[in-house]
Design a protein around this ligand. Structure first.
Ligand code: AKG
Ligand code: FE2
Length: 488
């Protein structure tokens, strides 16, 4: 059999820029499915009746087994050994029954089974051809450079030293931008590194997706994992946990950080203790990040990078705009389906996204802060191990959008504690107390928008009335020529 380590059909050509040599060999030697075309035999021949099932289905069946059953079936033949080494199986088992005391051992399987490297055999599975097994490994190793460099000038997110509140409200509240100066004055920018956080909070537990791990364990994970979508530390309680003071340095003794002046006005603060989660510490290794989403409750956000640059790709949204390439939303926008990992999205959709009108891209470096306007789609990738702080807020320019969201998309409102039964009313009450004039003005604006929509609807229905009056009978789409379609 010819020794083809990588058929050029997989991974897909990457803007024509990535060399295959960037990807190391699979640790078990598994190769992409395309290689089977030229192979004279395959390890899969040994799995008996299971041969009839596609690889995806085999993996789905294995998801129903516990650890010892997986080990058992993995001993029956090399093909099943390779299948039962799939990391997603062991990650799911680990998360279902998280251990209190464990050592991260480089893979989810070794960690779950508490296996030191010497107990993990290297078994040659080079005659197994499977995209299902090869794809996650490939995605965990793609070079990011081709996607984050050569940003077309029209797509570049503007970079400014700083911005006044007035300029923000008048010109920038609807546009992404990066400020290069304010964060550089923050004590946390000067002091925080992974090492300094470990020395002060190493044993403190932080939330990383579905698990709460001591920071030392998360550091071990960051330093040694091959996950396609690395576990991302996203902790909403970091301020009290780390005993931080947050606020303007003039009025906050020992302030650790403060929102830059242009983001300081934040109407969600009228909710006081009832405010939904709005500030997060974000830590992750290279390649970790956030898949395409819009921020909750029509809020805007700022994201300040303390360590490790982040690549951002963003799109505006709106009734007449399609979601970004590769992202699918339900009609009421309540469900976003972006089944692809960040790497898969980059491989398959980045080139198209870059050509799509409205696309904005940029790299937010250490000591810089990025503005995410209300309603904008964004996908983010860390280009190096990263520490960031993010905060959601409602500026004056998006008060109307937030009020509209809370009132008309009540089923999509998120983040409020259970005791807040009517978030819209709670927000209106808070605004009424603190900013009654602004609330009245915003409600008037909302009413005008609603009337405008109703008028449009009436206009459509009205054309029916005219047809009726003209004696034409039935409803006409009103193309104004013989092609008019009659609907009884
Ligand atoms: O840093 C990231 O991964 C992005 C977080 C995010 O989505 C945000 O700040 O809105
Ligand atoms: Fe976000």
């Amino acid at each position: 059999m010819p020794d083809i380590t990588m058929l050029p059909s997989y991974p897909p050509a990457l803007d024509g820029q990535q060399g295959d040599e960037a990807i190391p060999s699979h640790p078990l030697g598994v190769k992409p499915s395309g290689n089977a075309l030229l192979a004279t035999w395959s390890l899969r021949d040994a799995i008996g009746t299971f041969r009839l099932l596609p690889d995806e289905l085999i993996l789905l069946l294995l998801e129903h087994l516990d650890g010892s059953s997986l080990l058992g079936i993995g001993r029956t033949c090399k093909a099943f050994y390779a299948f039962t080494r799939a990391e997603e199986l062991w990650k799911a088992l680990f998360i279902q029954s998280p251990l209190d005391n464990f050592t991260w051992r480089g893979t989810w399987r070794s960690t779950y089974l508490n296996l030191p490297p010497s107990k993990v055999p290297t078994i040659d599975c080079s005659h197994l051809y499977s995209d299902v097994l090869y794809r996650p490994f490939n995605c965990a190793h793609i070079a990011l450079d081709p996607y984050v460099t050569k940003i077309p000038p029209r797509n570049q997110i503007p970079r400014l030293p700083d911005l006044s509140v007035e300029d923000f409200h008048e010109e920038w509240a609807d546009r992404p931008f990066i400020l290069t100066e304010p964060v550089k004055a923050w004590p946390v920018y000067k002091d925080w590194t992974i090492g300094s956080l470990l020395s002060q909070h190493g044993q403190e537990k932080f939330r990383a997706e579905a698990v709460d791990w001591p920071l030392t364990t998360y550091r071990d994970y960051m330093a040694d994992n091959s996950d396609e979508s690395p576990l991302y530390l996203f902790d909403r309680a970091f301020v009290p946990k780390m005993g931080l003071a947050v606020g303007p340095p003039q009025s906050t003794p020992n302030a650790a950080y403060w929102p830059p002046a242009c983001f300081a006005e934040d109407f969600f603060s009228v909710l006081g203790k009832d405010r939904p989660d709005h500030q997060w510490l974000i830590v992750g290794p290279e390649r970790s990040g956030s898949k395409f989403h819009k921020d909750p409750n029509a809020t805007s956000a700022w994201n300040a990078v303390l360590r490790g640059p982040k690549y951002w790709i963003m799109f505006p949204s709106g009734d007449k705009r399609a979601p970004p390439p590769g992202v699918y939303v339900s009609d009421d926008q309540s469900e976003v389906t972006s089944p692809l990992s960040i790497a898969e999205w980059l491989l398959n959709f980045h080139a198209e996204a870059r050509r799509t009108p409205g696309c904005m891209e940029g790299i937010c470096g250490e000591g810089e802060i990025l503005h995410v306007p209300s309603g904008w789609w964004h996908l983010v990738v860390n280009l190096e191990p990263s520490i960031a702080i993010t905060q959601n807020f409602i500026p004056r320019a998006h008060l109307c959008a937030a009020l509209d969201f809370l009132s008309n998309k009540a089923d999509q409102v998120s983040g409020f504690r259970k005791n807040v039964e009517n978030p819209y009313q709670r927000f209106v009450d808070g605004m009424q107390e603190a900013y009654p004039d602004l609330l009245a003005q915003t409600q008037e604006e909302l009413q005008k928008k609603a009337d405008g929509k109703k008028r449009k609807w009436d206009d459509i229905v009205h054309s029916k009335t005219e047809e009726d009056q003209s004696g034409a009978g039935g409803f006409s789409f009103g193309f104004g020529d013989d092609s008019d379609v009659e609907v009884p």
